[in-house]
Write a protein that binds this ligand. Structure first.
Ligand SMILES: NC(=O)c1ccc[n+]([C@@H]2O[C@H](COP(=O)([O-])OP(=O)(O)OC[C@H]3O[C@@H](n4cnc5c(N)ncnc54)[C@H](OP(=O)(O)O)[C@@H]3O)[C@@H](O)[C@H]2O)c1
Length: 314
């Protein structure tokens, strides 16, 4: 039987490149992979081509080009990139373009990378966290959840893959930093609540499992995590990996939102949502169940063992 083609949007990014690599690692008998990018000549695009992906041009803002890029594909992994513009309406316009394109191409199974609508648990008039951009609590969550309905309304055969916090954030914006005494401190406003995390590349491994599962997954929501750990537990794991103690020193959500970096208010709201609604957010993200679908999904310690470094000379 001829292999099926999976087209991957965001193929040079954290999630999409995980899908591309997972498909290539599985060998070409079952699936071949097509990687969409705005720039087929970039270093990341060339690396994917060298690994064996069919790299083609595709831009969220160009519906005709997207339809061409998806032509002949059996499956499509779709993710939109909120953070380059931080505009939920633009993110949704891009989702509509992607939906038009997969429909024109007759794609038979879409895996859509999405998140919860936080307003189901904390409505916009709830004063416990600020409302952002007029009608959102966590815009990059809420916009994706609203877009779930676009797929349903258009009748696209879709699996809704609910992702979570990447472990990679712990090597980047949320990495431990030294305090004035030189001690490494992990500053995440999570109190004693657990954080559901995943290696971003493992999202692609789960997506491949879903494509393998085929029709049985259409219409279903799959919520994922590789580990669910408190701040104290995360600090202990980071300390082991670094060979040096890391202290968990949580701040409040208001303190975090006041840090002032671009998106601090949104990030603070997201972490407050994780904290205040741990049962609802973390509950469905059971790593043991995720591993029944995709055994290779890594725990935090397994991911750290692949080579954890602090971002700068911390
Ligand atoms: N960070 C986290 O912890 C986390 C957790 C869960 C979910 N998310 C969600 O993940 C999403 C981003 O995915 P990611 O982290 O995989 O991305 P990423 O690593 O930041 O890379 C961005 C990707 O988006 C593509 N892209 C950007 N603008 C595009 C356009 N106009 N047309 C086509 N492709 C475009 C880029 O492709 P080219 O540059 O090659 O064109 C690149 O592959 C965000 O919306 C965020 O909400 C993040």
């Amino acid at each position: 039987m001829a292999s099926k083609t999976i087209a991957v949007v965001g193929a040079t990014g954290a999630q999409g490149s995980g899908v591309v690599r997972a498909v290539l690692a599985a060998g070409g008998d079952e699936f071949t992979v097509r990687a969409l990018t705005r720039d087929v000549t970039s270093a990341k695009a060339r690396e994917l081509a060298e690994l064996g992906a069919d790299v083609v041009a595709g831009d969220y803002s160009d519906p005709e080009g997207l339809a061409e890029a998806f032509a002949g594909a059996d499956g499509a992994f779709l993710v939109t990139d909120f953070w380059t513009h931080m505009d939920p309406e633009k993110e949704q316009e891009y989702v509509r373009n992607l939906i038009d394109a997969v429909q024109k191409a007759g794609v038979r199974h879409v895996v859509w990378s999405t998140l919860e609508d936080t307003r189901e648990l904390i409505p916009v008039d709830d004063p416990r966290m600020p409302t952002l951009l007029g009608r959102y609590k966590v815009p990059h969550f809420d916009a994706k959840a609203e877009a779930d309905e676009f797929f349903r309304a258009a009748g696209v055969p879709t699996t809704f893959l609910r992702t979570t916090f990447y472990y990679e954030n712990l090597a980047d914006a949320l990495a431990p930093a030294r305090d004035e005494t030189g001690r490494l401190v992990l500053t995440i406003p999570m109190g004693d609540a657990p954080l559901a995390g995943i290696a971003s590349g493992d999202i692609g491994r789960v997506a491949l499992s879903i494509f393998r599962g085929g029709d049985a997954y259409i219409g279903r929501t799959v919520s994922i995590a590789g580990d669910v750990l408190t701040g104290t537990e995360i600090a202990a794991a980071l300390g082991e990996a670094l060979g040096e103690p890391v202290e968990y020193r949580p701040v409040t959500h208001d303190q975090f939102r006041a840090f002032g970096f671009p998106g601090a208010d949104e990030y603070g709201n997201m972490l407050q949502y994780y904290t205040d609604f741990a049962d609802e957010f973390t509950g469905p993200r059971d790593p043991a169940r995720v591993r029944e679908l995709t055994p290779e999904v890594q725990s935090l310690r397994e991911w750290l063992a692949t080579g954890y470094r602090l971002p700068t000379a911390a």
